[in-house]
Design a protein around this ligand. Structure first.
Ligand SMILES: Cc1ncc(COP(=O)(O)O)c(C=O)c1O
Length: 434
């Protein structure tokens, strides 16, 4: 049996085997250079920004897109557009990135967390209806890891209660739910195009909607409450509170160029994920992601579960997962943990009052009760990802996936060593109290 790299053996995979992300091509360089030579570097009517808005809206199949400076800003704009107001409530899955929930806080609303589905990590529609109150002003459907949330039941429940749905499409650009591209299902949608996303401009966001009024609200949100007008003379006339959330010209030039290759990247990630799943299915103690019955997935994260009960491991499941991760890293696998705990466990959502200043240390924390979100909590404890922000599946060689499978085999065949070897590095923060 080959010796694990963490025990002095040779790593299976050399670092140069990985291709890094974003994948910057000559076309991308030319696109950004074109924007620079034009000399228009910013503005709500800047040509690359406007062109990206039109091209992305057409791609998603909606009438309007507003480019923003971040995905979080686009989600804030989406919530404001559909009518979320201070004092309202927004339902958000407990397993997501904190920004999905913070967007509601930015709009002065309270977040009501919903536990997630064990297979998909997405909001569990069977728990949704019980959370709706007369204060619910939006439901946020996040497409986690790039798999669309189960939109049919979510939209049906929302319709029954007259509550709008906002999609967080940050991880699922170009992915279809029952044949239709995500970002077109909710009354409005927000999405990140930051460095890690399958559509990347380096940093930025894209708001989409079919609704003219929602688009106007979003445009005001990104420009101090002013209307974005084509006139040369700006009237400086703010209709309501707004921010400077404008998208940026060079970002939009890069994202436009990347959009042309989005489908190619998604196809590559899917083929790599299928290869991994075929090679990892049936391995004791390891559970690859189970494919969605409703369509595709971008595999922004390829989420692998390490199952303690199958391995007879009786300690803290996080220790098992972390040790497996550590051993995989030793073999040269790019792997990490995306969410070490559910979002409601984070201090910002456990303060006794909703506070706006980041220095909130004096405000007492509510006790974190993981039994309120049993599925999200368990998934956070047992999941690791194959591929990382810098080295996701979109651009990797299929042969590398075969070596990932070999690395998992090697690590699982040496579980005794994995569980006893000294760990020189902890993959998750040690000061999280949950
Ligand atoms: C699901 C989700 N929502 C929101 C965001 C926030 O986007 P941004 O970092 O562009 O503000 C991200 C990305 O970081 C995300 O993955």
């Amino acid at each position: 049996m080959a010796t694990l790299a963490i025990a002095g053996g040779t790593p299976l995979i050399a670092p140069y085997r990985h291709r890094s992300w974003p994948d910057i091509t000559e076309d991308d360089r030319r696109a950004v250079d074109r924007a620079l030579r034009r000399g228009i570097t910013a503005g709500p009517n800047a040509p690359e920004l406007r062109a990206l808005e039109e091209e992305y809206a057409a791609y998603v199949g909606v009438r309007h897109c507003v480019a923003t400076n971040a995905g979080t800003a686009s989600l804030h704009a989406a919530l404001a557009a559909v009518g979320v107001r201070p004092g309202g409530q927004v339902i958000v899955p407990a397993y997501t990135f904190v920004a999905s929930a913070l967007a509601a806080v930015h709009q002065g609303a309270d977040v009501v967390f919903c536990d997630v589905d064990r297979r998909s990590f997405n909001l569990d529609p069977t728990l949704l209806e019980a959370l709706i109150t007369d204060r619910t002003q939006a439901i946020m459907a996040v497409h986690i890891h790039g798999e669309p949330a189960d939109l049919d039941p979510i939209l049906a429940i929302a319709r029954r209660h007259g509550v709008p749905v906002v999609e967080d499409n940050s991880q699922a650009h170009g992915i279809r739910y029952k044949g239709r591209v995500t970002g077109s299902f909710g009354q409005a949608s927000g999405a990140s195009i930051n460095q890690s996303k399958n559509l990347s401009g380096g940093e930025g966001g894209l708001f989409t909607t079919d609704d003219e009024d929602h688009a106007r609200t979003a445009r005001r949100m990104v420009l101090y409450g002013e209307d974005v007008l084509p006139e040369v003379v700006r009237p400086y006339w703010s209709h309501g509170v707004g921010w400077n959330y404008r998208g940026q010209e060079m970002v939009c030039a890069l994202a436009r160029s990347q959009l042309r290759r989005l489908e190619e990247y998604n196809t590559r990630a899917q083929a790599n994920a299928e290869r991994l799943t075929a090679g990892l299915t049936g391995h004791k103690g390891i559970q690859p992601p189970l494919p969605s019955p409703n369509g595709g997935c971008s595999y922004w994260k390829y989420a692998l579960r390490v199952c303690p009960e199958e391995l007879g491991f009786e300690g803290d499941p996080r220790d098992l997962r972390d040790r497996v991760l550590y051993a995989l890293r030793g073999e040269g696998v790019e792997t990490g943990i995306w969410q070490p705990q559910p979002v409601p466990a984070q201090p910002v959502f456990r303060r006794a009052t909703q506070v706006w200043h980041p220095r909130t240390d004096a405000v007492p924390l509510r006790r974190w009760d993981r039994s309120a979100f049993p599925v999200a909590s368990e998934l956070c404890d047992i999941t690791l990802n194959l591929g990382t922000v810098r080295h996701p599946l979109y651009v990797q060689d299929p042969a590398l996936m075969d070596d990932y499978i070999r690395a998992v085999d090697k690590v699982m065949a040496n579980l005794d060593t994995v569980l006893t070897a000294p760990v020189e590095y902890s993959p998750r923060p040690t000061d999280t109290p949950c």
